[in-house]
Design a protein around this ligand. Structure first.
Ligand SMILES: [Fe+2]
Ligand SMILES: [Fe+2]
Length: 318
């Protein structure tokens, strides 16, 4: 242990942008403490607990037909099967890369939360979240490397959101961005992927990852509920709008399909029309994607009347 000399003043750590270091170490066993205990026993090793020896069968499609919005687009349907399969793997790589970049964002923001959350027990849990997200980064980056080729960069919509969250000075906005916005979207995406993937290795790892993410979401809900109850209506509305603005921006970004359409020389306006039609014909897909988010927003008090009305207008409430 390092003993600091009382004669030599230690420089104050600047890791606390929003307040003092909490010197209280409560003994009470709160729900957050219980989540911390769960986090310690729920650790797994992305190098040794995942069956990496299993091959990804690139001779098959990476996922079933259900949930592929390109189906029914004449330029896609008209391609030979081998080309559709190649495109599906590319689409899969783009989707997994978005998840990987989201995981890195979660790791970076969780590390900031260790510094800026106001209580020791919240900091302890956030520190386990940093390790969890690191494992998710490790898994998805290795998975993409094993598939081969370069890892695609994040979409502009995701990159802007990540920078905004990292630069956000208010701890609760940062917390909301990470635990409500990013975590809820990730949970929904993982559940969807788990349901449609034909890659056993991916399904195996997602089960582990989902367990971690469920803990992170629980932490967000437990901690935020109390804090948000102390805010006035305007502050709540601002936070609710922030979540919905960002989530809708992400949902409307057609980056992956644009990239595929451009590479294939398809008519992008026609492709966008097709994707819009597909969304209208499958309202349950979007509702499913938003279900976790709206449940979590509701649980912490962020689903305000205005927010609910906005989601209802867009037919996104389950
Ligand atoms: Fe994660
Ligand atoms: Fe997470």
């Amino acid at each position: 242990m390092l003993i600091h000399s009382p004669l030599k003043k230690q420089p104050r750590q600047t890791a606390e942008p929003n307040g003092d270091i909490p010197w209280h170490y409560p003994q009470a066993k709160t729900p957050i403490h219980r989540l911390y205990e769960l986090a310690k026993t729920g650790q797994w090793n992305a190098s040794t607990d995942v069956p990496w020896q299993q091959d990804c069968e690139v001779a098959h499609f990476p996922s079933g037909d259900e949930g592929n919005p390109l189906l029914g687009f004449p330029d896609y349907d008209g391609l030979p099967e081998a080309e559709r399969r190649r495109l599906s793997w590319w689409q899969h790589r783009l989707e997994i890369a978005e998840l990987l970049h989201g995981e890195q964002a979660a790791m970076l923001i969780a590390s900031q939360l260790v510094s800026c959350l106001p209580s020791v027990e919240a900091k302890l849990f956030a520190s386990t979240q940093v390790a969890d997200e690191a494992r998710h980064v490790e898994f998805f980056s290795r998975y993409l490397h094993e598939l081969g080729g370069e890892i695609p960069p994040p979409s502009n919509a995701l990159m802007n959101l990540i920078h905004e969250c990292i630069d956000e000075p208010r701890w609760d906005m940062k917390f909301i961005s990470c635990q409500i916005l990013i975590e809820s979207l990730a949970m929904a995406r993982f559940q969807e992927l788990r349901q449609h993937t034909c890659v056993p290795l991916l399904r195996f790892a997602i089960d582990y990852i989902l367990r971690d993410e469920a803990r992170h979401v629980r932490f967000g809900v437990e901690f935020l509920r109390e804090h948000l109850a102390t805010l006035n209506e305007n502050a709540l509305e601002e936070r609710s709008r922030f979540v919905l603005d960002n989530v809708l921006r992400l949902a409307n970004s057609l980056n992956i399909y644009n990239r595929i359409g451009m590479a294939k020389g398809w008519d992008l306006a026609e492709l966008r029309r097709h994707l819009r039609r597909y969304r209208l014909q499958h309202p349950e897909l979007n509702r499913q994607r938003f279900r976790q988010l709206t449940l979590n927003m509701d649980a912490v008090g962020l689903l305000t009347a205005a927010g609910r009305a906005r989601l209802e207008r867009m037919n996104l409430l389950s």
